[in-house]
Each structure stands twice: as C-alpha cells, then as structure tokens.
Design a binder for this molecule. Structure first.
Ligand code: PHE
Length: 451
C-alpha cells in the first residue's frame, strides 16, 4: 500500500479506475430504485425525455466543472474553494456539499440496508420459510432497519479505510461489470414476457401534456442525484485524477454510463410492473395511481419473483437485490469519501480514523431514520431535490465569475488539447456561465411556486 494511501490522499491507479469509480458513484439506488419510481409517478416517457435533457445539457457541464475544480486543487470540496479564492465565504459552497452528502448518506444507508434484507427475503421465500420471509422484509421494523443499516455502513467504512486505489478502485472494478451483466439478463427475460409491452409503451411514448413544473423539478433533482452532482463527490474523485487524463471525455463516459443504467433500469422495472399486473398482481394503489415510492421496488418486484416461482424466481430475485446492493455500495463509498477527504485534508486526521468516526457519526443519524422512515422523503427533498441543484448553481457561478472560465479551460485542456476551441468547449463555456445557472434557478423557483 502506498504511503499516501495510509496517511491520507491517494490516486487512481488508472484512467479506467477513475471512470469506473465515478460511474460507480453515479450508478446506484438513484438509477435502479429512484429513477423508475420517479418515472412511473411522473408520466413515464415525458419524464424520461426531460430527464435525458437534464443529464446531458445540465449535468454533463456541471460534472466537467466539478472534476476540473477537484483536479486543479487536489483537494476536498471545502479545501478546493479555499484554494481557488481568498474570500472566506466561498468554502461555504463546499460545506453545503459536505452537509448534503452526510444527510443523503444517512437515509441512503437505510434504503441500501433494505436491498440486503430482500436478498434474504427471496432466499427464505424460496426455501418455503414464508414466515421468516415476511418478517425480514418488514421495512417498518425499526430494529431490522437499524441492523441492516449497521451492516451496510460497516462495509462502506471498511472500503474507505482501505484508501483510494486499494479500496474504492478495486471494489468498483469488479462490481460495476457484474451489475451490467445482471441487468441485461433480467431485461432480456422481462421484455419477452406477456404484459410487458404495455409497460414499454408507457415508458417509451412521451405524453407531453404531462410536462409540468413539478415534473421538470423532479427530473432535474433526479439528474443531479443520479450523476452524484452538486455536493462535491466529483470534486473529491477529481482530486485523485492525474493531469494527463482527458476530463471532458471521462465526464462524458460517466454521464453516458449512468444515464444508460437509469434507462435500462426503467426498461426493466416499468415493463416488469405491467408483467406483474398481467399475472394478477395489483400495480395501482387505492387512488388509482401507479404504485410509486419505496413500494415500487420493494413490493411489486418480490411479488413478481415469487409468482415466477421455482429456481427461476429465486435466481432472479436474489440476483436483482444483490445487484441493487452492489450499486448502492459503490455510491455509499463515494458519499462517505467526501467528508472523509475533508477531515484528512483540513484537519490532518488519518484516513482510517476519519472513515471510522465519520461513518459512525452518520450511522447514528441512519439509526434515527431506521425507526422513523417517514423522514426519508423530507431529507431527500431538502438535501437532494433542492440541495444538489442549489449546489450546482453555486458551483457554476463560482467557476464562471470567481475562478473564471478561462482558468478552468486551462485545466480542462490538460489531457484534451485545444479543448477551448472545440465545439464542446465553446458550448460548455456558455452553458456553465449562463444556461445552467439560469435554468436550474428558474426550475427551483417555479417548482417552489415562487416564479
Ligand atoms: N448517484 C448516486 C445514486 O444514483 C447517489 C449519490 C448522490 C452518490 C450524490 C454520491 C453523491 O444512487
């Protein structure tokens, strides 16, 4: 293990390592649990379309900005803003990011714990132990929620304690390809089943009458959450990146991978809901709306897997929830890495101690949430739906008017010669200076009813 791995800052071993780790951060419960849920409750195809626009036109430029800031300064989000300006106010942008990260990780750990408990649920069900299956799948049981949250946080802490290349990079390199394989197999199965065609239509045919400020707000919040933007996760990951690498290209790959997984997850889950309906499972709630929220994945899909029965049912059930756990783990490590890198850089705390104590501190919040799952919606609204786009605006404005786009372009040109004169480079400048901040702000204000 390299010295820097033990005492603090590390580096990615390879470009692929960075891309997989950043894509691993991006791909998570956001894609597989949150995206299909949001799409299902916001008109399917219309949501998908606006979401894609948000990812590529808003998310991609902000991602380049974050990685650029991180690589230029080689610092955590708070240290990065300190390094680029002497004004004491700007590091508050990083502080807000760290706070959002801590709060997101606190509820994320509880939901991630559910994904593990459902692996057991599927196994118990297949073994005929239905009583145990029902017991372990009860997401209203605070003690169980807490137990699985503890287990999940323990995994996250142990990976972060191992450092950047030995921990994060190694873990994501094996986990990410596995995720793709399982996703493809499941989709192949679902879309060839009766009933799934109706779901495909709902998902792929946009109904523009559904586009409302609320939908755009949800799609934008989802894009920020899913791409891990607005809170400095990519400033942190960018700080471990070598000057030789091509940032615009790496950011494009990460954006593309993340959006592809979200798209594929929708392609799996929305048709699966209709397939479940064809098998007599109810997919509409008492008000006649499509089941959404946490219930979507944790109720409809197990019912579908059970209905399949036999070996097939258990194999699909177990692999699906394992896939979700894996995706969640590569995201929780990036969420924990943000406050940990802050503690290492700014307070000179050893990586192993920082990971342990900060992880335990966040776990304490998770345990409160485990007993009060109703808090998830509120924390998600404040720190992801509003918090991340807000962080995004501040990052755009800081880069454009404090650090200055010209200096940022100097950084982006390392590894990408003459980027500023390319079409992407020129467009990026206009987007980061004007379009992204204005569109995000307008969207936030109109969804809050202030515009
Ligand atoms: N992008 C992750 C997901 O989709 C969540 C996340 C948000 C991770 C913000 C890091 C930072 O699940």
């Amino acid at each position: 293990m390299a010295d820097s791995e033990i005492t603090g800052r590390g580096n990615w071993n390879s470009k692929l390592g960075f891309i997989l780790a950043a894509a691993g951060s991006a791909v998570g419960l956001g894609n597989i649990w949150r995206f299909p849920t949001e799409a299902a409750s916001n008109g399917g195809g219309a949501f998908l379309l606006i979401y894609l626009v948000c990812c590529f036109l808003i998310g991609y430029p902000v991602m380049m900005a974050e990685i650029g800031i991180g690589r230029r300064t080689g610092k955590n989000p708070v240290g990065a803003f300190k390094a680029l300006s002497s004004n004491k106010l700007y590091p508050l942008i990083g502080m807000w990011g760290v706070l959002c990260g801590v709060m997101i990780l606190s509820f994320y750990t509880v939901v991630a714990g559910w994904t593990v408990s459902y692996v057991f649920e599927e196994i118990f069900f297949a073994a005929g132990m239905t009583g145990w299956a029902t017991w372990i799948a009860d997401t209203s049981n605070g003690w169980l929620n807490a137990l699985f949250a503890v287990a999940f946080m323990a995994c996250t802490i142990s990976i972060i304690r191992s450092g950047v290349s030995n921990g994060i990079e190694k873990a994501t390199k094996t986990l990410m390809p596995l995720l793709f394989i399982v996703l493809f197999i499941l989709i192949g199965y679902v879309i060839t089943q009766p009933g799934s065609g109706e779901g495909l239509a709902v998902y792929l045919q946009p109904d523009f009458s559904e586009v409302t400020p609320g939908l755009v707000f949800a799609a934008m919040g989802q894009a920020f959450f899913s791409l891990s933007l607005g809170m400095g996760a990519l400033i942190t990951y960018g700080s471990y990146l070598s000057r030789k690498e091509n940032v615009p290209q790496a950011a494009a790959l990460v954006t593309f991978t993340d959006t592809l997984v979200a798209f594929l997850a929708g392609l799996l889950i929305i048709p699966a809901m209709y397939m479940a309906q064809a098998q007599g499972i109810s997919i509409f709630d008492s008000a006649g709306d499509l089941i959404a929220g946490p219930a979507l994945i944790f109720q409809v899909l197990p019912a579908l897997f059970h209905d399949l029965g036999g070996v097939l049912g258990v194999v699909f059930g177990v692999t699906f929830f394992m896939l979700l756990s894996v995706a969640a783990l590569t995201s929780t490590i990036s969420l924990l890495e943000v406050p940990v890198s802050y503690a290492i850089d700014e307070f000179k705390i050893k990586r192993k101690d920082a990971a342990l104590y900060i992880g335990l501190g966040i776990l304490a919040i998770s345990i409160v949430i485990a007993f009060n799952t109703g808090l998830i919606g509120t924390i998600d609204l404040i720190f992801s739906q509003v918090g991340l786009p807000l962080g995004g605006i501040m990052i755009c404005l800081f880069l454009s008017y404090v650090w200055k786009t010209d200096k940022a372009l100097d950084e982006l040109e390392l590894g990408n010669n003459n980027f500023r004169n390319s079409i992407v480079g020129k467009t990026w400048k206009v987007f980061i200076m004007f379009i992204c901040p204005v569109v995000i702000l307008y969207n936030l204000l109109s969804a809050l009813g202030l515009f």
